[in-house]
Design a protein. Sequence first.
Lengths: 302, 119
Amino acid sequence: MAKILGGIGTSHVPTIGGAYDRNKQNDPDWAPLFRGYEPVKAWLAQRKPDVLVFFYNDHATTFFFDHYPTFALGVGAEYAIADEGLGRRAVPPLKGHVGLARHMADALVNDEFDISVFQDLPIDHGVHSPLTMFWPPSPDWPGKIVPIEINVLQHPIPTPARCWKLGQAVRRAVLSYPEDLKVVIVGTGGLSHQMNGERAGFNNEKWDRKFLDLIARDPRKLVAMRHADYIRLGGTEGAEEIMWLAMRGALSPRARKIHQNYYLPMTTAMAVALFEEPDAKPAPRKARSARKTRRNGARASA
Amino acid sequence: MNPQLKGVEQLGGTYLFDLATSARALRLNRFLHGFTVPANRALFKEDPEAAFDKAGLSAEERRMVRELDWAALMRYGASFFCLEKLGRVKGVSNPEMVAGFRGESLEEFLKTRNVPGAR
């Protein structure tokens, strides 16, 4: 059966991908950002998940306002890197896990989460801007993805509580997939930023740090908040934090935050947090063989 | 009224992109979204008026795009994420657009940032 190893919350500012593409890891302005992703990259390299399930938002790239989906699940085998006005980033097309995605579509709809589906469409920086920081292609991507788009552009956008429930439904869907897959859930967006009006450039580090605390310790508090609260505290685009709620909803209550980084260089607070499920960690070889000996010993003496 | 948004109207300098805004500026946003297609970018660079004609933009819409009047475009109902594509085509960075929304020069805006070089 498929299992969930943990989750990642991350900002998806386009400049994160831009810094990677321009090899800025030793530039003092960008080094703190790269360093913050190192533990996430190392964790993924060690745990080797087969699939990353992404809660992300499109930026009027793949979808336009003639039909903007509230929730849309990608069920394709491949997603081109979207052209957002500058041509495509020089990274390979994203690979979709068709088996898991189709199962998730069946499971979600039968769980009364009537999600729309898409295939054969390009995907923008909402997924791949942070992805290269922790799962870089060398030369191809280390595994496959299942993308789930959430509308945060055109109000009404789904409520924080609904995104949490979507996360829970995605958890049920993933865990009921019969193949032995290792899955990590990713939620991208935020933290505080506002990209419109005279209030553009608004940030709130105090709120961001509280959010990073609550998402691990007491996510129900975040679920109970309204969008007006998110916008007041974290700016209009701070509403992207609902993707983190969907990610957290897909983890068990016992998942622990084992790493976080926060960097606010320009207009958007760039954060990353890594969550691990308690049973995801393989026991050290020595401890495993010791347990086996004990078990065998117990059986022998019984 | 969307109960999720009650209270947002008290925040100054904030333009929520809702269905009314979306409907009002649909033609302009469609034009901006079109910059995801290389042929549309090429036409706009070569002959902006022809690109405006093709999209059926009004005189005011043309003026705002021609002059890169970011604040006016925002007030009119342009989605930031569509404007971002115009920014890329014209070589204007997001911080410069944000400065425009605030009625500041890029230099003034960068003075308010923690790491002005991180662009």
